[in-house]
Design a protein around this ligand. Sequence first.
Ligand SMILES: Nc1ncnc2c1ncn2[C@@H]1O[C@H](COP(=O)(O)OP(=O)(O)OP(=O)(O)O)[C@@H](O)[C@H]1O
Ligand SMILES: [Mg+2]
Length: 545
Amino acid sequence: MLPRVSALAAATAAGAGLLGWLTGRYLRGPAAGYTQEREMLAAVADQSADAIIACTLDGTLTVWNSGAEAMYGWLAEEVLGTPFRGILPPGAGPALDQALAVLAAGGHIHLEESRRVRRDGSTLLVSVTVSPIRNEQGVVVAAAATERDITEKRRFEAEERQAMERSVRAARLESLGQLAGGVAHDFNNLLAIILNYADFLADEVTGDGAADLSRIRDAADRARSLTGQLLLFAKREPTQVEVVDLNEVVTGSGELPARTIGADIRLVCRPCGETVPVRANRGRLDQILLNLVINARDAMPDGGVVVVETDLVELRGGSGVPLPQGRYARLTVSDTGTGMTAEVRDRLFEPFFTTKPADRGTGLGLSTVYGIVGDAGGHIGVDSTPGVGTTFRILLPHAAGRADRADGQPLRACPSGDGRRVLVIEDEDYVRDLVVRILQENGYRTTAISEDAVGAADLTDVALLITDVVLPGRSGPTVAAQLRTRCPALRVLFMSGYSDTELRRRYDIPPATRIVQKPFTAVELLATVGEALAPHLVGGLGDQS
Ligand SMILES: Nc1ncnc2c1ncn2[C@@H]1O[C@H](COP(=O)(O)OP(=O)(O)OP(=O)(O)O)[C@@H](O)[C@H]1O
Ligand SMILES: [Mg+2]
């Protein structure tokens, strides 16, 4: 038999001895001879922020301190004498019986995490230490628990973990983007050569040769669209941005032919009641929706429903979405398909990640969507349950103002050169020869020089400088600025395989200065040259705004 004082001395941090005393107090009521020290300990236990709870071996509550009152929302007088299982989630009865048996046999219990129910029905997570309480004969008569509320701590840990996973994923996608962008850029130079020389030959070759040539052209066109997608992912593709009503995009998707969606699949469009303006490229928004709907279709081989919705949401702090607070347009695409595993969800946006057979998917669909959404300052999230379905949610910044008219782009004319002289600077021999040939065949006079020869270049009657933006030694804009010190009215057209936006920022190129994207066709190059030489433009660099 343990005298009470030594039980107190042996008390653990969990306060088992203290609780033993408390239990005795509640079980038997105060008796004469309680020392002042014990009264003080009782006050300490009662004021503890942790819940200190005791119950008899049949699970009836006998101690309930103010910490327990604050944690659970029940007052002591409301719960004392009621079963302990009242604060456990449904189905926890057998575990409680098992725990009481361990305690009755003199064992201790420590749980890092256990679920409880508050008075209002909400659940909380606690860490628990439970010890047996013995009577003066040393027989276990009760159990005492110290519970600490770890709900917030666990929530915080989960948020931190998610933020960490998100940033690791973002870093992985960023480096893949750099790689993909670099590869696509180099390929674009090669494709410019293949496409254009195939076009030159097409004028000279007939019969079988022409058919072979058109196959080469088709393959190069497909390759061009692949590098285009890669550049979209890498955010290096230029884009014309306008204010678009997301509702129009969604309504447009309702017209997707059954051939695309499949006969067993129902497409339900639910545009929001008010307009949902976003600043984006219309074609790319269509592309996002098409990719998501086709993925949904592929996930429903036995048919199902795809719901496409738009609405407006207000993001506040702590939303868990890595975007600034504010108003956003939301596009939601849900399906009743196969759903996906955590592994698939983790790699979803990586380029070339696909679970489809080689002839069905390239794995570029979602990486393209990811790039477009990120470029537009938005965010894409996914919820998926295997066997139930998948929901993609895209948030795009709400654009103040009205949607621009959805008129098509005016067709650009290809004016003739009329003997005007163009200075060409491009370090890639094949690309330079190509540009020179296209220009000469269309009435321009050309002078190709290397960047080293810029200082000595004859600028007499030069109407336009065409230069690559990234040259081996200096940048195209630096070379252009040097030439303009001698010829201030010189107009400039840049060529590049990188994105317009990124280049303009990096080299401080004003919006009115034209950049022609590689790979360009002859028509595209000539149209942009025509624009750069248009009479309403003044100068070529700094004074174009
Ligand atoms: N709605 C969905 N339900 C289930 N799995 C999906 C869904 N959308 C995407 N996935 C999974 O994500 C993978 C990657 O999708 P992504 O669109 O990037 O490429 P893909 O559809 O396989 O090929 P591609 O789009 O280039 O033709 C898919 O292969 C599929 O496993
Ligand atoms: Mg896809």
